[in-house]
Design a protein. Structure first.
Length: 114
């Protein structure tokens, strides 16, 4: 039972990346889905959240209007589309689900640099 992340990498400022988080060994039910990030020397912070029904979302002010969280319960995945990336978005990104299970992904590095 785990979450498997994919999609990180190196991108130039202004570019885009899409992170995905897939369930392995179980099926999403009614969990709240979250993306966090942790930059070097900083605390882990919540970036985006989507409710179990997918009807409500939350975004940190620093990413509002640039990032979009979505979920696909049929594919057992959820994603973070990141547009207009900035150097300050550089961090390790983690997915997390909360509900019957409280699970974290392994983390994926996102580096925004020219």
């Amino acid at each position: 039972v785990q979450l498997v992340e994919s999609g990180g990498g190196l991108v130039q400022p202004g570019g885009s990346l899409r992170l995905s988080c897939a369930a392995s060994g179980f099926t999403f039910r009614s969990e709240e889905m979250n993306w966090y990030r942790q930059a070097p020397g900083k605390e882990r912070e919540l970036v985006a959240r989507i409710t179990n029904a997918g009807t409500s979302t939350y975004y940190a002010d620093s990413v509002k209007g640039r990032f979009t969280i979505s979920r696909d319960n049929f594919k057992n995945t959820f994603s973070l589309q990141m547009n207009r990336l900035k150097p300050e978005d550089t961090a390790v990104y983690y997915c997390r689900i909360l509900g019957d299970l409280d699970l974290w992904g392994q983390g994926t590095q996102v580096t925004v640099s020219s």
